[in-house]
Design a protein around this ligand. Structure first.
Ligand SMILES: [Cu+2]
Length: 216
């Protein structure tokens, strides 16, 4: 057997065993009621009301806070502009991630942010712009995105100091797998002013159920 095939064979044997030794968290975040009717043909959008940035309909980002080893490589992900909207409207990432902003529309876009966690202005660029305009996000926090050409466009990047995060579904359900055992704080981000938290004790191979009710 070629060497590569041999190592793949052993990886296939070992990886499920490692996965079994890790912990899983699942539960449900009680989400607030939608404040306005969602935009047609869009799963959800970013709204800003009285200085509070949230998704509509509401979704939460659940993440495990803790001291985790740095990623050996720079994670790269994408946040596209399509049909004059940011897709996804809310992108959770780990600190140090490089985000590419490809333009999939026929027209120019000009993305910018005034957020303290990351200020930038990509300038006007076309659909076929190469290299794809990008930014690296090194500071944790919420970065709100706007377009200088299309006033209605709203997007957000939630930069987190952890590799363990997930967005809930529309009902608030979440599931995080492959977690290291230990004592951590599990947080649920609901909007720019609301983050709930619970201390969790994760054990090898165990699944822990954690719900975030309306009032902690
Ligand atoms: Cu635009």
């Amino acid at each position: 057997m070629p060497r590569r095939a041999v190592s793949l064979f052993f990886a296939a044997l070992i990886l499920p065993a490692l996965a079994l030794a890790q912990a899983t968290l699942e539960g449900r975040v009680t989400l607030p009621k939608a404040i306005t009717a969602p935009v047609v043909n869009q799963r959800y959008e970013i709204v800003s009301k009285a200085g509070v940035v949230a998704t509509n309909p509401p979704l939460a980002v659940v993440f495990l806070a803790g001291d985790f080893p740095k990623s050996a490589t720079v994670p790269v992900t994408r946040l596209v502009q399509k049909d004059l909207a940011f897709v996804p409207a809310l992108l959770p990432i780990r600190t140090g991630t490089k985000v590419e902003f490809p333009n999939l529309d026929e027209q120019f876009h000009n993305i910018f942010s005034y957020s303290p966690a990351k200020r930038f202005d990509l300038g006007r660029y076309r659909p076929d712009e190469k290299p794809v305009p990008s930014q690296t996000f090194d500071v944790a926090g919420l970065v709100t995105l706007r377009c200088d050409i299309h006033e209605h466009m709203r997007g957000a990047i939630l930069v987190l100091d952890t590799p363990h995060f997930v967005m809930t579904d529309a009902a608030g359900n979440f599931r995080l797998t492959g977690l290291p055992p230990g004592r951590y704080t599990l947080k649920a981000w609901l909007d720019s002013k609301t983050t709930r938290e619970r201390v969790v004790e994760l054990r090898d191979g165990a699944t822990l159920r954690v719900d975030f009710p309306v009032s902690p």
